[in-house]
Design a binder for this molecule. Structure first.
Ligand code: G4P
Length: 310
């Protein structure tokens, strides 16, 4: 088991509420599927962070979606919020109303993928109160204990991605958002996927940013080339440098200069998940068949009798 996973599995036993920090532009794709397993149905506060970069109408849809789930509350957040502690503390006490006071302090675990803004949030939370970290008994080196009030402890965990992303679109959205390291994906491929989505859902924002018309009718490749041309990403005369164009498209999306955009809705994600699970099951069947064949060949396991019985 990954060290962070181990630390979470150990800590969760004495936790009252889990705060799951999500990226408001890709809420479901930025949710770690291993976390549900690890947190064993503990009350969860979904915090849609970086809401300043997301489409506000879609953030409202996601909040309603999460708030309709039992044991779950959701709120939007961004770094401009001056005092987020009050809102977070209030939501946690709503999820675990029996906790509170020095005898039964609220114990909260905060989790999130890399780059979701957890350090920024924790820095804001601890700006006024000294962060309690380090060598306390029961606090591992992989976590930090922060006291947000006399009866409110927040345990921080390192940002964690999961080893196998079965929803292909989530992989692209995570890469576009900056959660995945640069060397782990192909910028051109990610930019083409991103533009494919944006030209359908936010054509006017793309047209305004890159001074284009009719983006919805362009192929993804034409759109990437048009962006490169507009920004002077050229190589050897007039040829477009597609790598540079892809970097520009991804950078402008991440920084929010194109506009406020969200890459998925609850309905879309449900469809992607069904497709991802189907493909994953098919992959597993193929893998099992290859493994069985290998065992038969090399370990001389008797070949199963597949003739119909009489
Ligand atoms: P992490 O600990 O979860 O890995 O994330 P971290 O706080 O380091 O934040 C990652 C990037 O996201 C930082 O930008 C940070 O400034 C930015 N960020 C955090 N919260 C918000 C938010 O609510 N809204 C917006 N728009 N951005 C946010 P960076 O460019 O990587 O670093 P920096 O140059 O800002 O320091």
């Amino acid at each position: 088991m990954h060290l962070t996973q181990k630390a979470i599995a150990e800590r969760i036993k004495n936790i009252d509420v889990v705060i799951e920090l999500l990226d408001a532009r890709l809420p479901a794709s930025s949710a770690n599927p291993m976390l549900a397993e690890l947190t064993q149905g503990k009350p969860t506060l979904k915090v849609l962070n970086k809401q300043d970069l997301a489409d506000s109408g879609r953030t409202a849809q996601w909040l309603a979606y999460y708030n309709s789930q039992s044991g779950t509350r959701a709120m939007g957040l961004d770094a401009s919020m001056a005092a987020p502690a009050k809102a977070l503390i209030k939501a946690c006490f709503e999820l675990a109303p029996k906790r509170g006071g020095m005898v039964k302090p609220m114990r909260v675990l905060i989790c999130g993928i890399p780059n979701v803004g957890k350090s920024t949030l924790i820095n804001t939370l601890t700006a006024k109160r000294a962060a309690k970290t380090g060598d306390e008994a029961g606090v591992t080196k992989l976590e930090q204990r922060i006291s947000l009030a006399d009866d409110f402890y927040l345990y921080d965990t390192p940002g964690m991605l999961w080893p196998r992303i079965i929803v292909a679109k989530s992989g692209y959205n995570l890469a576009a958002s900056g959660a995945v390291g640069r060397n782990a994906f192909d910028e051109e491929e990610v930019a083409l996927e991103l533009l494919d989505y944006l030209k359908t859902h936010y054509p006017a924002l793309l047209e305004a940013r890159f001074k284009l018309t009719g983006v919805a009718a362009m192929s993804d490749e034409q759109l990437l080339e048009a962006i490169g041309r507009h920004r002077g990403a050229l190589q050897g005369g007039k040829k477009i440098n597609l790598q540079k164009a892809a970097e520009i498209a991804i950078h402008d999306f991440r920084s929010g200069v194109i506009g406020r955009m969200t890459l998925e809705t609850p309905e879309e994600f449900a469809q992607w998940l069904t497709l991802g699970q189907t493909l994953d099951a098919q992959r597993q069947v193929k893998k099992d068949a290859i493994e069985l064949d290998r065992k038969i060949r090399f370990k001389k396991i008797p070949r199963p009798d597949l003739r119909p019985s009489r």
